[in-house]
Design a protein around this ligand. Structure first.
Ligand code: BGC
Length: 412
């Protein structure tokens, strides 16, 4: 009887053993919060009998990862999957590099469990080629409450005017008022929040999604540029080139008062054992209440041939949308689940607010694709936008009028 059970369990394991393979996934999650969150995906893959082969490329925002991916594909050794965003998925699919995931999508009901707007970004010509894992919100303000109090600021600012008043006080009290890492993508994160605040959601959409020239060069855009530059006075001399997570660390350690950054920053607060509402606050970036600029982390699946690789790829794709991964990964990462059927229980107050706001924003057309993180426009245009925004941030001589004209040029 015993040996029969042994034999039966061996037979049961056989398919797993036969098809076990390495899941090589290219990603750029290397900060404390990101690495901790990734463990949840790794565990889910390993529990299906496959080996996780980490292929991490350092560099927030994923610019380095994109370069490495291009090289790997050029040399005929694409990984099984690579982390990427909406407009990039499309460009790899156009080149015929991505696998068709329709069978799995049908079996797992992706059309039902994903918001249609996000599901459609995972498809090319109507076929699934990528899998999303979360929704990150960009327009957040992160605040160290102790620094705020010590600087004599009574309330967490909700308008741009109050934001500048708070920055003045924090600076005067001797702290870095605004934690900012000046890299092109981070400059653009800050810029898009200011544009959203100054112009509102409709203006944002007409500028960055429709790429409307007269909106891009409008007086409102020029005002946004001017206010954006004003923020530079509140940053520290070590800001140029600093990584986003080291910048968040300044807020965490009480060296800086506030940071405008996507909610991957929350992953760092959590990793540092800080609690929302106690040591730090999360509020929509000033003047952007009701709007939700978002980015979706997704993995595009590259075409593979061998049966074991196919199985491993499928196991990885499936893991990303499993309920447990959706809960645990997102609770650690700072994002919210991309599945529409996950309860808010177990998520912190920032995430619960984010879930509510995402759903409300969806109902009134205020879900906006983030510019800085590749959701709004193709990569070639975005690269030009990065250049204009950063040049303006760094070059005090460039006028808001000229910058707005360069911006319109950049997206032509
Ligand atoms: C991604 C996040 C990541 C952040 C910093 C964003 O574009 O969506 O997942 O944590 O960049 O690298």
């Amino acid at each position: 009887m015993k040996s029969f059970i042994k034999l039966a369990s061996l037979l049961f394991l056989l398919p797993i053993l036969t098809f076990a393979a390495e899941v090589e996934v290219l990603h750029f999650w290397t900060s404390a919060g990101e690495s901790r969150a990734l463990v949840e995906i790794k565990k889910a893959v390993q529990s299906k009998g496959h080996q996780w082969m980490d292929f991490a490329v350092d560099g927030g925002g994923g610019e380095n990862a994109r370069a490495v991916l291009t090289q790997r594909v050029a040399t005929g050794s694409a990984p099984i999957a690579a982390q990427m965003k909406g407009t990039e998925i499309r460009s790899w699919a156009e080149r015929g590099m991505l696998a068709n995931l329709d069978k799995l999508a049908l079996a797992e009901n992706w059309d039902t469990i994903l918001p249609p707007s996000i599901g459609s970004q995972m498809k090319y010509n109507g076929h699934y080629v990528a899998v999303p894992v979360n929704v990150h919100r960009l327009n957040w303000l992160w605040v160290n409450l102790e620094v705020l109090k010590a600087s004599g600021v009574q309330e967490v600012p909700t308008t741009l005017d109050d934001f500048f008043l708070a920055l003045d006080k924090i600076k005067k009290a001797g702290y870095i008022a605004l934690a900012h890492g000046s890299q092109p993508w981070q400059d653009t994160v800050l810029f898009e929040s200011v544009v959203l605040s100054v112009g509102g959601p409709e203006f944002y959409r007409r500028a960055f999604v429709d790429l409307n020239e007269s909106v891009l060069t409008s007086a409102t855009m020029q005002r946004a540029f001017a206010l954006f530059r004003k923020l530079r006075n509140y940053t520290d001399s070590r800001s140029p080139g600093r990584d986003w997570n080291l910048t968040t660390a300044l807020v965490i350690r009480g060296k800086a008062g506030m940071q405008i950054m996507g909610d991957w920053a929350k992953g760092e607060f959590i990793a540092a054992n800080m609690q929302a509402g106690k040591q730090y606050a999360c509020v929509p970036s000033p003047g952007t209440q009701g709007s939700f600029s978002y980015t979706v982390d997704a993995f595009a699946m590259f075409k593979v041939k061998k049966a074991d690789q196919l199985k491993a790829q499928e196991a990885f794709a499936k893991s990303l949308l499993e309920t447990k991964v959706q809960q645990k990964f997102n609770q650690i990462k700072g994002s919210i689940p991309v599945r529409v059927d996950i309860s808010a229980d177990g998520f912190d107050t920032c995430a619960q607010a984010s879930m509510r706001d995402f759903s409300d924003a969806g109902k009134n057309g205020r879900q906006l694709p983030s510019v800085a993180t590749h959701m709004a426009m193709p990569l070639d245009k975005l690269t030009n936008v990065y250049e204009v925004v950063s040049e303006f941030w760094n070059d005090g001589q460039l006028s808001p009028l000229k910058a707005s004209q360069l911006l319109a040029e950049a997206v032509k």
